[in-house]
Design a protein around this ligand. Structure first.
Ligand code: GDD
Ligand code: MN
Length: 397
């Protein structure tokens, strides 16, 4: 990463221990920017108007732009009564979220406020976010569009509104405890105490850095302040359908970081595999096939379905140490071993206990599930031992 600083205030190298940064301000405003040259000057003016002289403040832009945004910031900086810094990254690792974490690492103040560079987040709220945190003792203060007094006026179009609402609902459903008290986990506008940020455990992926912080850094107490999400001042939104997919991957990674959660997810994916399996079984038996060969053929549909979902969602970050062909063969072998065990089991349940084919199959699927989970974890996706440490740091993200 290359970084440039502008006068009047040097933050120094972000790798340097924050304690060594001279005279830290009380609040560091971290602004991720990607081609926001039409907005940054206005943003700095609004921050200047909003932040009272008694609140020591500094602004850190973490920039991945391909336009002249850093130059515009540098030109505007001398007009500001506070230090303004640009960290320009050559490699936009982690996208928006990665940029925010970089800025947080550079911060030396007690409070960090994160906000967008396109003036959709009103800077007039910055002092209130920090004051609310000080007053209530909260470690995290979220500017929310969904509490009384807030609104998402500037969210362009019913499509964006629907996507945002669905994402909020899904995220809240997946993390009911972690996100308790946060009505707007999608917000990119919040204040957090620097002492609450555990930057080393954060592995942000694109947008939604607040979610990452709430789930991994786990601030003790959280409070919210309403805000009106304004219209973007200039330029275009950088969020795309691709960002949406990245968000879903981020959610899956966050949710399955612990072994127990992973087993539950494995089970849910396995459950969903019942559908193609039983549908194919029904089709084959309807077509007049004897149920035993029908079982074997139908099982392949469930196996393929499970493999694809597991690869895409659950083990996405654990695939690298084995070639895809290696994984496919191993997975298929485990599924076959599973089948070898399951067919006599089904035959036993049908022949000895008089169960019908479908319930017998369902029961056998459940019994063999546990064996299959253990086998898949251990034989297909378990990182080789000597590389475990490095892998944990990189993957569970
Ligand atoms: N450094 C960096 N790198 N900044 C980025 C990147 C990136 O890859 N991608 C986007 N940004 C910056 C933009 O320049 C802007 O300052 C800010 O991140 C938000 O990007 P927008 O493209 O304006 O996002 P949005 O308006 O669609 O999304 C907003 O609403 C969401 C809630 O619906 C943002 O506030 C999100 O943070 C928020 O979660
Ligand atoms: Mn925006």
């Amino acid at each position: 990463m290359s970084h440039e600083s502008t006068v009047p205030g040097e933050l120094g190298n972000p790798a340097v221990d924050a304690a060594e940064v001279p005279e830290p301000g009380a609040v560091t405003i971290v602004v991720p920017t990607f081609n926001e040259s039409g907005n940054v000057r206005r943003l700095l003016r609004l921050i200047t108007d909003a932040v009272p002289a008694r609140l020591p403040c500094e602004v850190v832009f973490v920039d991945d732009s391909t336009d002249d945004t850093p130059d515009v910031i540098r030109a505007a900086a001398p007009d500001c009564p506070f230090p303004v810094t640009v960290l320009h990254r050559d490699e936009p690792a982690g996208g928006l979220g990665g940029a925010v974490v970089e800025g947080m690492k550079a911060a030396g103040s007690d409070w960090i406020v994160v906000m967008d560079g396109d003036c959709q987040h009103p800077p007039s709220l910055v002092p209130e976010l920090v004051a609310t945190g000080e007053r209530t003792g909260a470690g995290l203060v979220v500017a929310s569009r969904y509490v009384k007094g807030g609104s998402r006026a500037g969210l362009a179009g019913s499509y964006r509104i629907a996507v945002s609402r669905a994402a909020t609902w899904l995220t809240k459903a997946l993390f009911p405890r972690r996100l308790h008290g946060i009505s707007d986990p999608m917000s990119g506008f919040f204040a957090i105490r620097r002492s609450e940020v555990t930057a080393e455990v954060l592995a942000p992926l694109g947008y939604k850095i607040l979610l990452e912080l709430a789930v991994r850094s786990r601030p003790q107490t959280v409070t919210e302040v309403p805000f009106v999400f304004e219209e973007r001042f200039a330029g275009e939104s950088k969020s795309t359908a691709q960002e949406g997919m990245r968000f879903l991957r981020h959610l899956a990674g966050l949710r399955t970081a612990s072994p127990l959660a992973r087993m539950v997810a494995f089970g849910l994916i396995g459950l969903s595999g019942f559908l193609p399996n039983l549908a194919a079984l029904w089709a084959f038996t309807e077509a007049g096939l004897h149920y035993l060969p029908a079982e074997i053929a139908a099982n392949q549909f469930g196996v393929a379905w499970n493999f694809l979902l597991l690869e895409r969602l659950l083990f996405r970050d654990r695939r690298r140490h084995r070639h895809w062909a290696d994984r496919t063969v191993r997975f298929a072998l485990i599924a076959n071993a599973d089948l070898v065990l399951r067919i006599p089991l089904i035959a036993l349940l049908v022949g000895q206990f008089g169960l019908a084919v479908l319930p017998a199959t369902a029961l056998a699927l459940v019994i063999t599930f546990v064996l299959r989970f253990a086998g898949t974890e251990a034989l297909v996706y378990l990182p080789r031992r000597r590389r475990t440490a490095a892998r944990t740091a990189r993957s569970d993200a």
